[in-house]
Design a protein around this ligand. Structure first.
Ligand SMILES: Nc1ncnc2c1ncn2[C@@H]1O[C@H](COP(=O)(O)OP(=O)(O)O)[C@@H](O)[C@H]1O
Ligand SMILES: Cc1ncc(C[n+]2csc(CCOP(=O)(O)OP(=O)(O)O)c2C)c(N)n1
Ligand SMILES: [Mg+2]
Length: 344
């Protein structure tokens, strides 16, 4: 089979080019009872009871996604599961079951294993989830691959493709703290400074928004949603492309923490660039019916008074894409979002 040309290495194609190619080659189209490659989860519909199963999988590789001297075993256990749960939340579902495939060096410290599985158990308990299977192999470095299954009434599923011209864009959570935490780890800055500790902890143990996502999906006012794993620049572009719509995002409305602003100031970093392109915040980006802004925001904040709900932009007709405005003028975020084969 000659499916890939000479120049088509993963580096040349990039992560998303490669995924598009896989989808085309394997013919992973949608059918009446399932939806395949292209959204945060695959969907299998159960036509008899109106519910659907959401399925997602994410792999974390030592050195690439984490370093064992930067993250505790417990935080790694928590985060490896959390990033998968976040994909279920990105479609509005309830996470229910997990399968865990791991590769471990034979001499892995039992204390490390205690911490790692403690982090997993804690998060399973928080959300009433059950670990129901997986696979275990010996490897030279730690590899963690969760698969998570969730459920949702089919009518509530929020796709990347649902944004409509006239919608507003909302964001649940904050952006940028995780990316700044990673920059601090990379330059081995002192984790004992409280501000640095806050950002590093946002990176190593990101907040996920499970109950909030279900609330949005049940509201009936939300049309599309994605979780921000690769950065708003990249993840908003998925909504734009799949909805065939133009997204406008006002960078001055991004929910950036005071800590991020202060640390960026100290290092002369651009908070907007980090907030838009660094990723791993697991905030939820969604579009909703513009007439319902007040109603949706008020009822959301009544239920979740401590979770930030920001309105950061709008959806319009026009060429599918995302433009950024800072104080009304075009703004270039600088870096691109995270790509497995193109980013450091
Ligand atoms: N190797 C692969 N084979 C088949 N589908 C894949 C592969 N890698 C990614 N996908 C699919 O491509 C889509 C985008 O993947 P990804 O960017 O990893 O999503 P997310 O950021 O939500 O985890 C998802 O639907 C995912 O299931
Ligand atoms: C040691 C280290 N280097 C680099 C990064 C940066 N990084 C790794 S994965 C990632 C984005 C999300 O990863 P991905 O596997 O694409 O998640 P998905 O989009 O599939 O949910 C980022 C910003 C990191 N977290 N740790
Ligand atoms: Mg993925």
């Amino acid at each position: 089979m000659n499916w890939f040309d000479e120049e088509e290495s993963p580096e040349e194609l990039g992560e998303f080019g490669l995924i598009e190619r896989i989808a085309r080659l394997t013919g992973s189209g949608n059918t009446h009872d399932s939806m395949g490659i292209g959204d945060d989860c695959a969907v299998i519909r159960n036509t008899s009871n109106g519910f659907a199963t959401l399925i997602t999988t994410d792999m974390l590789v030592e050195g690439r996604h984490f370093k064992r001297n930067w993250i505790s075993a417990e935080d790694l256990g928590y985060t490896s599961l959390a990033v998968n749960i976040s994909d279920i939340s990105a479609m509005g579902g309830k996470p229910r079951y997990a399968l865990l495939s791991i590769g471990l060096p034979g001499n892995t410290d039992p204390d490390w294993l205690n911490g790692f599985f403690g982090g997993i158990k804690g998060l399973c308990d928080t959300h009433g989830m059950k670990l129901i299977g997986g696979d275990t192999v010996k490897s030279n470095s730690v590899i963690v691959n969760f698969t998570v299954l969730g459920s949702i009434p089919e009518k509530n599923i929020l796709l990347r493709s649902g944004a409509k011209p006239g919608d507003k864009l909302g964001l649940i959570g904050r952006v940028g703290d995780s990316g700044a935490g990673l920059r601090l780890l990379k330059q081995s800055s002192s984790p004992d400074l409280p501000l640095h500790r806050h950002l590093i902890s946002a990176h190593n143990r990101p907040t996920i928004y499970v109950r909030e996502a279900i609330f949005l999906a049940e509201s009936g006012f939300v049309h599309s949603m994605i979780d921000v794993s690769d950065g708003i620049r990249s993840d908003a572009a998925h909504i734009a492309k799949q909805s065939g719509a133009k997204l406008t995002i006002h960078t001055d409305r991004l929910p950036v923490s005071d800590v991020l602003a202060e640390v960026c100031n100290a290092f002369s970093w651009s908070p907007e660039e980090i907030a838009l392109t660094a990723g791993e915040d697991y905030a939820l980006l969604f579009s909703f019916h513009s007439d319902r802004e007040e109603n949706l925001k008020r009822s959301f904040q009544n239920s979740f008074p401590d979770t930030p709900f920001s309105v950061i932009g709008s959806v319009s007709d026009g060429n599918a894409g995302v433009r950024f405005l800072k104080n009304g003028r075009n703004f270039d975020p600088g870096a691109h979002g995270f790509d497995q084969f193109k980013s450091d």
